[in-house]
Each structure stands twice: as C-alpha cells, then as structure tokens.
Design a protein. Structure first.
Length: 116
C-alpha cells in the first residue's frame, strides 16, 4: 500500500486549503483513513479520522474548521481546511489503518504553512 498526499502550501491566515491523499495497492474494503499533523518541536497529533462507512471524528482544535471526506471508489481521502491560522502550520500526514488486521500505512507528508 502506498499513500501520497498533495495540496499543501503557503497560505495566509484565514485562508483555505484542500489536502488529498491517494491510496494505491491493496487497501481493502474495511479501513480507517486519518489525517495527522506534526508541528516543529511537537509530537504528531491526530487531526481527523473517517471510517469506511463515513463516520468522522475531529480533534477539538479543528472542529468546525476542517472537514474530512473520502471517495471509496477512487481510494481518495480529503481534508478541507478553512479559517487557517499560524497554529495550523505543520507537516500533514495521511494514515491508513486496514481492518481487521490493523496494518498501518503512512504517507510521506505535505507541508502546510500559515502566515500571519
């Protein structure tokens, strides 16, 4: 399984970005896709998660601003980010958890930088 993120970049405060994660290989029907982020000097943290059935969970820090979605037919996951602020600056990673084996795969990350 390979995951490739795209869509990162430099954005001003208040702006929006859409991140995409393309999964290839044997992703299996049951899986959970997640977005994580890691800011400089901080631990990687979960941002949002979506199950195969579409159930979503968000970190408190992004609720109401970020939306995770997926296209199962195309093996794509998205993270729509609105009202961005400098605290959102981080490398954003896509993570795939395959069920029921709990095998985990990570993408290489995409940089999001929000300028004030």
């Amino acid at each position: 399984v390979q995951l490739v993120e795209s869509g990162g970049g430099l954005i001003h405060t208040g702006g929006s970005l859409r991140l995409s994660c393309a999964a290839s290989g044997s992703t299996f029907r049951l899986n959970v896709m997640s977005w994580y982020r890691q800011a400089p000097g901080k631990q990687r943290e979960v941002v949002a998660t979506i199950s195969s059935g579409g159930t979503t969970v968000y970190a408190d820090s992004v609720k109401g601003r970020f939306t995770i979605s997926r296209d199962n037919a195309k093996n794509l996951a998205y993270l729509d980010m609105n009202s961005l602020n400098p605290e959102d600056t981080a490398v954003y990673y896509c993570k795939l958890t395959v069920l029921p084996t709990w095998n985990i795969y990570w993408g290489q990350g995409t940089q999001v930088t929000v300028s004030s």
